[in-house]
Design a binder for this molecule. Sequence first.
Ligand code: TXA
Ligand code: MG
Length: 332
Amino acid sequence: MTKIITKDSIEEAAQAIANGGLVAFSTETVYGLGADAFNEEAVKGIFKAKGRPGDNPLIVHIAKPQDVYDLAENVSDTAKILMDTFWPGPLTIIFNKKSTVPALVTAGLNTVAVRCPSNYTASKLIELSSKYIAAPSANLSGSPSPTTAKHVKDDLFGKIDYIIDSDECIIGLESTVIDISSGVPKILRPGAVTLEMLKELFPDATSESNFEENTDKPKCPGMKYKHYSPKAFVEVVIGNSDSVKSYISSKVESESGVGVLTYKTEGYKGAVLELSAGNNMEEYAKNLFTYLRMFDEHSVKKVYAEFCDEDGIGVAVKNRLYKAAGNNITRV
Ligand code: TXA
Ligand code: MG
């Protein structure tokens, strides 16, 4: 049985975490599916509920930055600067793990990913449970990450103990994951903490060169799996707005069951569903996962998604969108 509660009953959900239960909760990025990181049976339950491969490690969530010292060995000066600047917030830092952190959480790696979320519900849940919470995104493995309680319900109802229907996920894409083992931050998964922001503190900060590429041994294990995919096929269309408009219009006319995710143009008569991704990349980020799910709800078979290369959080949008499209990109 899954109980859906509001944050007024958060105490009850925190108790469930303390007792080894599974609780879905909002964060500022996406909904997480949480369990006590030090309870191996509970952590196993996360992998089972999501259908997540066991070699994909989990992020451990803490309520206060100083809690990192219970999880990480050797917190470097680089880490301290990042923690001071970006925590609480949408940044996950990879540390050498303490031996007490269960291998199940880190998929056998000797590192642990730690994040201190800024969202009220997330920090309150961690604090009230008196645990550190291991939490991946609260979706079925492979499907778009959830940004509302309804998305979680659609994927996991009956498989977890609680869903806290609470604050919206204001960013809409998962946290930036960074590796600091070389002393200089390197982005493994792009997010709302951007390379530009990191470069202000560390001019030599870098980024995995091609997030879109599927390699067998990426440093961020989750990046190799099929991700963020709706049931509909997705094709990303890039080019000047006239060419994009005429390319997609011809598809809408000649194919059935077409949906369009617009960015710079609009007005596709005959599409099953047309949704505007927004006016800038922050809005695109916030809307992307919700809209991918909406196309499925309307039984759209093929989504044409307009996109423009932009910096900042645009890099993260590109990463998620290209993955949703299985790298099916058309330049017109
Ligand atoms: O915003 C977020 O990060 C959300 C919310 C719930 O906090 N969580 C999230 O978790 O996106 P998940 O499990 O969906 O993605 C975690 C990513 C995966 O790609 C995983 O491989 C990577 O972080 N990761 C976890 N531990 C790691 C480690 N020790 N070294 C390298 N990558 C790691
Ligand atoms: Mg995920």
